[in-house]
Every structure is written in structure tokens, then in C-alpha cells.
Design a protein around this ligand. Structure first.
Ligand code: CTP
Length: 403
């Protein structure tokens, strides 16, 4: 199932240079499974043609409230009643000012005003010059639009079409898509703070070498994303991985197991849920060489001495907050065989209420996985699916157990 399947989105464009990004957004929404009906203001049609958006959405575009194509001539009613959400991207400063006053002198503003406010959410992706964005009038309008029930997305930061640099550019299409997908997820972890560890650790041997493992971090990143989608505040402590940070997630990058332990210690007091997906190295070098270890030509191998790393999860699970249930701990187990047996033993050894087993070599680096949830009562399989889908199921399970 795609993230937006069965969703019908009315995509509104008001006038701004970011209209060119709305074309990409339209494609991205359709790729995610949505059907898209485009409505543009006349100003938007100065920036990008309705022809482009018709071709991308595979539907005629509406621009005028006097469009005679609707049998009842009430496009503003018909289009808004069909929508699961109205997304205005770009939402210009002028268009937001207009919405705020309940003005309705063009089809898009008329349709926003006429939407059934309880059942059709209005999502705005602002786009404007940084001075316009910072202006007290715009900031006042954003506050009031939120109070009136609109969902105003963040703005992007960086170079602007006008040559200035700052806050105010429209989010990238994939960012808007991620926010929209999150918008439709049930908010089962609202008010919770989830701390996640993800990825491998890297244990240095000398300044140029080290020991690590094949964990890609994908499962942990998917859990961080799913928890955020579910309304939680999320902190993600990540070992060295090449994964994009999920939107709205606070990321702390670390390298070694000791760094990870320190970062967890720093954030765990605020957390109500701790999910340890990281593949933490079991050992580190007792002494890291300060200079590169050289071959001396004698054929003698370097003598590496190891020491055991702390068990981060077991440590947290023994804390008072975990013991009294204020902090819910979830462990992971990457095994190569006998999953149920190892996961059951590991849950008891780590002292956590829930342990999630998976077959490591079958999933490292891939986008899908299969999980086995083990608790004091027994086990439950989450069959093969994408890591994001499994992460959402796990989040729902954690929410159920948190009550
Ligand atoms: N874990 C941890 N700190 C460690 C080792 C593991 O926090 N030093 C956490 C992992 O993030 C995971 C769980 O403990 O949630 C199990 O990790 P795993 O590597 O499978 O277990 P180990 O304790 O290392 O057991 P073994 O290597 O014997 O399978």
C-alpha cells in the first residue's frame, strides 16, 4: 500500500516562484498513491501553466470560479467536498492574508472558505521572500490561521530566487510529501518523547582504521520517523550511517559505543520510550593507537587488545524510571538463526518488557524486513513488509502497551 492510497488531495497553487516546485509535488503525490485535483489562482498561472499541471495530474485544472464545466457551476463546493485535504503549495503572503480575513474573490480562496472545516483539513506550505516571512503581519497571520484550524507547514531556509538568503522559501516537494503522509497517520504517541538509537558504532583502531558492522540504520530511522508521524517528540542517536534525517526528528550523530552511551545518558531523562535498534559493537580497542599502525616488513601482526563495551540498553533498562514504568524500553536482536529462542533469552537478559527480533543477514541494508515481537506473554510475528510499515506497526504496539 502506498502512503497516500485512497487519498484525494486538492492541490492549490497561489502566485509565487515556488509554483515550479508544485509540479514536482503534484507528481510526488500521485506516485504516493493519491489522486490530485489542481486549483490555481490567476497569479499562479503567471508562473506555471495549467497545461503542465493538467498533464501531471491527469485532470483538467480549475482557475476561475466562473468555470462553466461543473453542471451546478459550484466548483468551490464540489471540489472541496471530494477532498481528503486541501494543500496550498505555494501559499503566498497575500493568499494567507486573504484566507485570514475569510475573503473569497477567486476560486481557490472561495473553496478554502467553503470547505467543511471539521472534515477537510487545510494545509498551507508558505513561500515568500525572507523579509515578507519575518514581517509581523505575516507572522500574525500564521498564528491566526493556525488558531482558525489551518495546518501551516514550516518554511525552508537558504538561498531565495530573489538572491537573498534566509527563511521563507517553500519546503522541497519531498519534504511536503513527508509532512502530508505524517499528517494522515494516527497520533497514537502524542505527548510521548521517544529516544531511538540506530546504526552501527565505529570503534577506532588508529586514526585511519576501525571496526564496524553492516547495520545500515534503516530500521532505526524508520522507527524514528514512524514515532514522529505518531505525534511523539523524537531524538535519534545515530552511529555512522548515510540516511536522511526524518522530518521533525532531532538527530545526534555519534561514532563509538561510548559516544552513543554518553548521548543516550544526556537525553534519556526526558524520554518516555527508549527503542534501542543500534548494532552496538561488543568490543572496542583497549588502547587506540594515536598514530597509524605501520607494517614494519617483519611479517609480525599487530597485537590488538580488546575490552568490552557497556551494554547501553541493559543499563537504561535497570534505571529507576524504566523499573517503575515511566520509561518503556524496547530492545532489538539481530540474529542469524533460532530467532525465537535467542530473542526470548535476550529479552530476559536485557530486562526489557519488549524485544524485537529479526534475522540480521537477511535484512542488513535492505528496505524491508520481518519482525518477531517477544514479551513476557509470548511472541507475535510481524510478517515481511517495508521497514517503514513495520515501524508503524511497532509504534502502534508500543502505544497500545503505554496505554
Ligand atoms: N545493545 C546495547 N549496547 C550494547 C549491545 C547491545 O544497547 N553494547 C542493544 C542493542 O541496541 C539491541 C540489543 O541490545 O537493542 C541487543 O543487541 P545485540 O547486539 O543483538 O545483543 P548482544 O547483547 O550484543 O548479544 P549477542 O551479541 O550475544 O547476540
Amino acid at each position: 500500500m502506498s502512503d497516500l492510497s485512497n487519498k484525494h488531495i486538492v492541490l492549490g497553487l497561489s502566485g509565487g516562484i515556488a509554483c515550479y516546485k508544485a509540479a514536482e509535488l503534484c507528481r510526488a503525490l500521485i506516485k504516493a498513491g493519491a489522486s490530485v485535483q489542481v486549483v490555481m489562482t490567476e497569479a499562479a498561472a503567471q508562473f506555471i501553466t495549467p497545461v503542465t499541471l493538467q498533464a501531471l495530474s491527469n485532470r483538467p485544472v480549475y482557475v476561475s470560479q466562473w468555470d462553466g464545466r461543473e453542471p451546478n457551476n459550484m466548483a468551490h463546493i464540489n471540489l472541496s467536498r471530494e477532498a481528503d485535504a486541501i494543500v496550498v503549495a505555494p501559499a503566498s503572503a497575500d493568499f494567507m492574508a486573504k484566507l485570514l480575513h475569510g475573503r473569497a474573490d477567486d476560486l481557490l480562496s472561495l473553496m478554502c472558505l467553503a470547505r467543511p472545516i471539521q472534515s477537510v483539513p487545510l494545509i498551507l506550505a508558505p513561500a515568500m521572500n525572507r523579509e515578507m516571512w519575518q514581517h509581523p503581519a505575516t507572522q500574525r497571520n500564521v498564528t491566526q490561521l493556525r488558531a482558525d484550524g489551518a495546518h501551516v507547514l514550516d518554511v525552508g531556509q537558504g538561498e531565495q530566487a530573489c538572491g537573498e538568503t534566509g527563511d521563507g522559501r517553500m519546503l522541497e516537494p519531498e519534504e511536503i510529501l513527508e509532512d502530508l503522509v505524517a499528517f494522515f497517520q494516527p497520533k497514537v504517541l502524542q505527548g510521548q518523547h521517544v529516544l531511538v538509537t540506530a546504526g552501527p558504532t565505529f570503534e577506532a583502531i588508529d586514526p585511519v582504521r576501525g571496526i564496524t558492522n553492516l547495520s545500515s540504520g534503516k530500521m532505526g530511522f524508520a522507527i524514528a520517523r514512524a514515532a514522529r508521524e505518531a505525534g511523539a517528540e523524537v531524538t535519534l542517536v545515530a552511529g555512522p550511517v548515510h540516511q536522511a534525517t526524518p522530518r521533525g526528528v532531532r538527530r545526534v550523530d555519534v561514532r563509538s559505543a561510548l559516544d552513543m552511551q554518553a548521548a543516550v545518558a544526556q537525553h534519556v531523562d526526558q524520554a518516555t520510550v527508549f527503542v534501542a535498534t543500534a548494532a552496538v559493537a561488543d568490543w572496542r580497542l583497549a588502547q587506540v593507537a594515536t598514530q597509524k599502525i605501520k607494517k614494519d616488513g617483519s611479517g609480525q601482526l599487530p597485537q590488538l587488545q580488546f575490552t568490552e563495551n557497556p551494554d547501553i540498553l541493559a543499563g537504561v533498562a535497570q534505571s529507576e524510571r524504566a523499573q517503575n514504568g515511566t520509561l518503556f524500553c524496547v530492545g532489538f536482536a539481530a540474529e542469524s538463526h533460532d530467532l525465537l529462542e535467542h530473542a526470548t533469552a535476550k529479552r530476559a537478559r536485557k530486562g526489557v518488557p519488549l524485544l524485537v527480533g529479526n534475522i540480521g543477514p537477511a535484512t542488513f541494508g535492505l528496505d524491508d524486513n520481518a519482525l518477531l515481537l517477544v514479551d513476557a506473554q509470548g511472541s507475535q510475528a510481524l510478517p515481511h513488509a517495508s521497514k517503514l510499515s513495520l515501524a508503524r506497526q511497532l509504534v502502534a504496539e508500543i502505544a497500545r502497551r503505554r496505554g
